[in-house]
Design a protein around this ligand. Structure first.
Ligand SMILES: Nc1ncnc2c1ncn2[C@@H]1O[C@H](COP(=O)(O)OP(=O)(O)O)[C@@H](O)[C@H]1O
Ligand SMILES: Cc1ncc(COP(=O)(O)OP(=O)(O)O)c(N)n1
Length: 267
């Protein structure tokens, strides 16, 4: 049987923990073929982001055109769109309907210097085409212009973002510092629902957001509806964080275990 193809559009993470590297690991773990469009090269390790090098928009659109003219893409996930120009060019492809089952992780913290305000405006052109939007609380705050903090705020924010076009919005709460639960809020079909899972206290969570969004895209490609895909992805990312809890890869926040390697005894 041929593997399903999922396309990820985002940044290369030199530490391997997040970005395209996490997306492609997630797809391989889920036995899907990952195609990738590189929007930025990020020089970083587990401790810090040293620099972000946006790729020229023409380089991004050439990769996208080449993939789309040949591969049977069943779902798409976006991560870093580093400049407003690149985001607007990708939005134009979305408008043609060429990017099915579209999951957008609106990564704003790793945008090119000075690009944030223009990017927030560019996301307005993307939102109408989105199947599932996965901002964390900070990204939701930036997109909406008010502070999203409590679970009640997350529900209100998800509804406001959904009114701008996405069929489903999940506001992730991985950054809640306290508490025993990792709480996300999902808005779909006119109602908000809280998703709870045990909060794992390990040192490694790099790539959680990327893995979560990519797993949603993979499940959409496999035929799940959006709420089912989101619930499944939350279980998947929780297991991957838990399995990597004791890893020591680098001196800071390390990668997570999409493959379940920690369960293997081979060394
Ligand atoms: N320590 C943790 N324990 C369990 N789940 C977590 C933890 N950190 C993040 N998650 C889950 O990982 C997914 C990604 O969330 P989050 O870390 O908020 O994204 P981002 O990396 O974009 O900020 C969410 O489903 C969230 O609940
Ligand atoms: C190349 C690259 N670096 C960092 C990120 C950060 O993504 P974010 O969703 O903020 O967090 P995690 O996925 O690391 O939990 C990225 N998307 N790409």
């Amino acid at each position: 049987m041929e593997p399903t193809v999922v396309l990820t559009i985002g940044g290369s993470d030199s530490s391997g923990g997040s970005g395209l590297q996490a997306d492609l690991r997630t797809l391989a773990a889920l036995r899907m073929h990952g195609a990738s469009v590189v929007t930025a090269v990020v020089a970083r390790n587990t401790r810090e982001i040293a620099d972000v090098y946006p790729q020229p928009t023409t380089v991004v659109t050439a990769q996208l055109a080449s993939v789309l003219e040949d591969l049977p893409v069943a779902a798409v996930k976006t991560g870093i769109l580093p400049t407003p120009e690149t985001a607007v060019a990708i939005a134009a492809r979305m408008r043609t309907g060429a990017l099915p089952n579209l999951v957008v992780d609106p990564v704003l913290t790793v945008a090119a210097a000075g690009a944030r305000r223009g990017l927030i405006a560019a996301y307005e052109r993307i939102l109408p085409h989105v199947t599932v939007l996965t901002p964390n609380r900070e990204e939701a705050s930036a997109l909406l212009g008010w502070d999203v903090f409590t679970p009640a705020d997350m529900a209100a924010a998800a509804a406001q973002l959904a009114a701008r076009g996405p069929r489903c919005v999940v506001i992730t709460g991985g950054d809640f510092a306290a508490g025993t639960e990792a709480i996300d809020v999902v808005w779909a079909e006119g109602t908000a629902r809280m998703l709870h899972s045990p909060r794992i206290s390990g040192r490694n969570t790099d790539g959680s957001g990327a893995t979560f969004a990519t797993a949603i895209a993979a499940r959409l490609a496999a035929g799940d509806d959006a709420p089912a895909a989101v619930s499944w992805a939350k279980g998947f990312v929780g297991r991957a964080i838990g399995d990597a809890a004791d890893w020591r890869i680098g001196g800071g926040t390390g990668p997570i275990d999409q493959f379940g390697w920690s369960a293997l005894t081979l060394r």
